[in-house]
Each structure stands twice: as structure tokens, then as C-alpha cells.
Design a binder for this molecule. Structure first.
Ligand SMILES: Nc1ncnc2c1ncn2[C@@H]1O[C@H](COP(=O)(O)OP(=O)(O)O)[C@@H](O)[C@H]1O
Ligand SMILES: [Mg+2]
Length: 286
């Protein structure tokens, strides 16, 4: 079971992504990135965050700790932004929190080197959960204390938006050509050999059990939350053994523009300074 905390202060919204998560403080003195049940993306986003986030952690990937957060919307009364007010009002009760990594930087492929084994594990994992949201345009990875951390698993398992088509969807290829780690030569074969055997029915059932019942109730076609949990387990299990055979990795497109401000890339990777100096007359890196 995920630990449960109570939000004590709404600190600030995070506007990089689409769902307007907020930084909150909680009664355990922790700071969390809170994903709201009242957000337009709906509660399935939170189900995906729990199942995939916890699965990633159980497979040994770096995903910040997840907690259940109780929200009394009254803590946001002083918040001037109308959009935030509406979100808080619509999200009283249970929400999802991810441990906030203070001082982390958004991943940038030009500033941070990833070894092929680690890149392989992340790409294989994203193929397993059918993550469509870890592209070089929007990496949803952070660098913290020199390590790569995975965040934002809300746009995964697209089959849960259409359960009757789930089986067919599991048989489709996973195109990782635009994946943020595609340029690092991901070693898919060794990742599959290492991780696929760990994805057992028992592990998946434990992970699915961590989703709060109230985010699973009343799903059309399912007469109980346990049945729905089983469907998540079955869909992931069906992919685990063979998904590595269906990962498409076309040649990476060169010269991806850096998303990071210059001072970050300079601080993290002096060798890029040299490169951009050499090529500065050719337009180089932004
Ligand atoms: N655990 C975390 N620690 C620090 N910053 C985070 C964390 N989670 C998210 N962020 C920041 O908030 C932004 C939005 O969060 P994300 O989970 O990607 O939500 P969405 O893209 O759905 O809005 C991220 O791009 C990142 O900059
Ligand atoms: Mg995001």
C-alpha cells in the first residue's frame, strides 16, 4: 500500500507539462509533486502513474517514491490563479504525490550521457508500458545527484482507454525512434533478458493492488475492481515476454536542439562547449 499523507500547504503550480501538477508540502514534512484527481486528463492518468511508477521501482529503475495525498481544497484559498483554484476545488480527497526532487534538472541529451545498458532498460520499460511521453521533445526524465530519474507515467498503457481492444494493442510494435534515449544506442536485448523475467504475475498483482479502489470503480465492462486489476496484470504480462522483438529503433535524427539554457549545458558538459566553439560559425547548438 502506498503511504498516505495529508497536504498542508499548496506551494506553486508546475507549468512545464500539460496537467498542471502542483508542489505541495505535507504533514510528514515531505514535499511532493501532486497530481490531481480533478485534472482534465482524468483518474486513469493516476492509475497509470501508480501501476507504471511502482512497476518501474520494483524493476530497479529510478522513479521517485509515490504517496497517496489527502487534500482539503481549503489549503489553496489564497492561491490567486483561477485555474489552480478550480483544480483544487475539483480534487478534494485522495490524490497522488511523487516525492519532489529538489535541485533536479530536466534531462537534456546534449548535456548528459547515458550508457547503452541504462538506455536499454528505460526504452524496454517504456515499450512494456507503452509510454508515448518520453520523446526528445518532452523527455519526462530528471537528472538528480548525477543520476537519471523517470517521472510522469500518466500517458502509458493506452489500452486502458479501450479495454476491448487491449489484446490487439499489446501485439503492436512500439516505435522508440523519437525516444529521448534512442541516440544512446539502447541495449534492448540485455534489458529484456534482465527485466522480462522479473515481470511475474505476482509482481504485477502487487503493483495493481496499490491503486486505490476509488480510481478503479465503475469501469464499463468490469463488475469489480479486482477484475479490472486483473486486466491490467494480464495486459502487461502479455507484453513482457516478447515486446523487445517489436521495438522499432530507426536511426536517430541528428542535431536535436537542446531544450536547456546554455548555462546548464556548459556547466554539465564542458566537452559540448568545445564542440559548439568549433562549430559556432555553422549555427551549432542553440
Ligand atoms: N518528482 C519531481 N521532482 C522535481 N520536479 C518534478 C518532479 N515531477 C515533476 N517535476 C517537474 O514538473 C513538470 C511536470 O510534471 P509531469 O509529471 O511531467 O506532469 P505533466 O507533464 O503531466 O504536467 C516536469 O516536467 C518537471 O519539470
Ligand atoms: Mg510531463
Amino acid at each position: 500500500m502506498l503511504e498516505e499523507v495529508v497536504a498542508t500547504r499548496y506551494v506553486t503550480p508546475l507549468r512545464e507539462g500539460g496537467s498542471l501538477p502542483g508542489i505541495v508540502e505535507a504533514d510528514d514534512l515531505g514535499t511532493y509533486v501532486m497530481k490531481f484527481t480533478g485534472a482534465g486528463q482524468g483518474r486513469k492518468t493516476l492509475v497509470a502513474e501508480v501501476i507504471c511508477g511502482q512497476l518501474g521501482r520494483r524493476l530497479g529503475l529510478r522513479v521517485p517514491e509515490l504517496v497517496r495525498i489527502q487534500l482539503d481544497p481549503v489549503i489553496g484559498l489564497a492561491e490567486p490563479d483561477q485555474e489552480v483554484q478550480e483544480l483544487l476545488k475539483a480534487s478534494g480527497g485522495l490524490n497522488l504525490g511523487m516525492d519532489f526532487l529538489p535541485g533536479s534538472l530536466g534531462f537534456d541529451a546534449l548535456a548528459y550521457e547515458v550508457d547503452p545498458r541504462e538506455a536499454g532498460r528505460v526504452v524496454w520499460f517504456d515499450a512494456l508500458i507503452n509510454n508515448v511521453d518520453r520523446s526528445w521533445r518532452n523527455p519526462n526524465m530528471l537528472v538528480w545527484h548525477g543520476d537519471l530519474w523517470l517521472i510522469d507515467h500518466g500517458a502509458t498503457m493506452i489500452w486502458h482507454h479501450n479495454w476491448p481492444g487491449a489484446q490487439a494493442s499489446a501485439a503492436k510494435p512500439y516505435n522508440a525512434s523519437d525516444h529521448a534515449l534512442a541516440p544512446f544506442g539502447p541495449d534492448i536485448a540485455s534489458a529484456a533478458a534482465e527485466l522480462a523475467p522479473l515481470v511475474t504475475p505476482a509482481l504485477l498483482a502487487e503493483v495493481a493492488a496499490e491503486v486505490p479502489d476509488e480510481w478503479l470503480v465503475d469501469e464499463p465492462g468490469f463488475d469489480s475492481t479486482d477484475r479490472l486489476r486483473r486486466a491490467y496484470v494480464d495486459a502487461l504480462l502479455a507484453r513482457a515476454a516478447t515486446i523487445h522483438e517489436r521495438i522499432v529503433l530507426d536511426a536517430p535524427t541528428p542535431d536535436k536542439p537542446s531544450q536547456a539554457p546554455g548555462w546548464i549545458t556548459e556547466r554539465l558538459a564542458p566537452r559540448h562547449d568545445q564542440q559548439s566553439d568549433e562549430h559556432s560559425d555553422q549555427g551549432g547548438r542553440a
